[in-house]
Design a protein around this ligand. Sequence first.
Ligand SMILES: *Cc1c(COP(=O)(O)O)cnc(C)c1O
Length: 292
Amino acid sequence: MKVPAGLAGSAITVARVPSPIEEVRDERLGGVRLLLKRDDLIHPEISGNKWRKLKYNLGPGRVLTFGGAYSNHIRAVAAAGAAYGFETIGVIRGEEHLPLNPSLAYAVSRGMRLTYLDRSTYRRKHTPEVIDALRAEFGDFRLLPEGGSNAAAVRGCAEIPAELDAQLDSYDLVCCPVGTGGTLAGIAAGLAPGREAVGFSVLKGGEFLAGEVARLQREALGRVTGNWRIECGFHFGGYARSRPELEEFASDFAVRHGLRLDLIYVAKMMYGIYALARELAPGTVVVALITG
Ligand SMILES: *Cc1c(COP(=O)(O)O)cnc(C)c1O
């Protein structure tokens, strides 16, 4: 993939915030109103919640971060480095496979340097031993955790409810998919009293994620807010796994509403929202964050 000339100049100006809101009209929702917060339209290359999470993590110097070979976070960090002019290093789980897959080829095209850790070392990636070895190899860097979830990411996502407050008369619930929990931690942190955030785990066994969200809120705010929960029953087999009913739901949604839902994250949340809608009081206004 070739880097378009002038990316660095244009990328800064193309960020579209506040992201637009669209209503979904669907009789299957009963009396529930469903609004889509289209964060997928924020930026052509630093898509969705990754733009929010990176916003306060940008800055001069070199950034090193971690991810799988298909990680959206790795792509987004590489794009941000090219757009905002900082060096990036991507530490990838597993062995190098050539030719690079499209995600990693894209990252390299945006100037990211890649290195690989075997799976057992990767599991210890946040230990001083592994970090010191990376510093010895690459020099000093700012470390962004896997998925980009840290206190600065929580701050970036906490701006979502403020946008909603300016765009909507009222709403009750804000929903998002949950991978590492940074997005949910931020949304809940930014909500006014009386509103709630519901996350949908895309991981199997996502019960541990509540501890992660709490940890991130403590890091960012010094406390845990009581206005969020995580639904763990819509993972469809686990991360990047799928089932025919999820694919059918997503293709039907595309036909009805003209929007292709990302199957790894967004479709799982949306399936969960349609399931939960049956239990919500008529008139409830649900905002679904389209994270990518
Ligand atoms: C990374 C990602 C998520 C997960 O966000 P977390 O803050 O890690 O929970 C959700 N949706 C999309 C499209 C993503 O790329």
